[in-house]
Design a protein. Structure first.
Length: 128
């Protein structure tokens, strides 16, 4: 990752995951589960978390939108896609709400924390 990309990561209020991301911590993670089980696990995780408020769930599209209430306010969109049987991708898009147009990498750290919490609940598929 170049210096300009590292600087942009900290002086931005948005972060998202995708395949082959420049920041390897923001690569899409694949889990050994079905889409329905992943959606149920994520729904339970965010309902039971006191920091989060679920905004909407779209089972057909595999998306959950969440508002983070405590600490810095964030809008989170979780996308769940079943690639193959028992190989499901989970992606995050996080936008931090603040007075300033940047969050000093908070949205990136939130995604990393969410992935580590989900990995405790659902087994991850080993990278190829």
């Amino acid at each position: 990752m170049s210096f300009k990309q590292k600087l942009a990561k900290y002086f931005n209020n948005h972060a998202e995951t995708h395949d082959n991301h420049l920041d390897s911590t923001l690569d899409t993670r694949y889990f050994k589960t079905t889409k329905d089980k992943a959606m149920l696990t994520l729904e339970s995780f965010f309902k039971n978390g006191q920091d989060y408020e679920m905004n909407a769930i779209s089972e057909e599209h595999g998306e959950i939108s969440i508002l983070k209430k405590k600490g810095k306010k964030c809008f989170i969109v979780v996308t769940v896609i079943m690639v193959r049987p028992f190989n499901t991708a989970i992606d995050f898009s996080v936008t931090t709400e603040s007075f300033w147009p940047f969050d000093f990498g908070y949205s990136t750290r939130l995604i990393q924390r969410l992935y580590s919490e989900i990995e405790k609940e659902i087994p991850i598929v080993e990278k190829r």
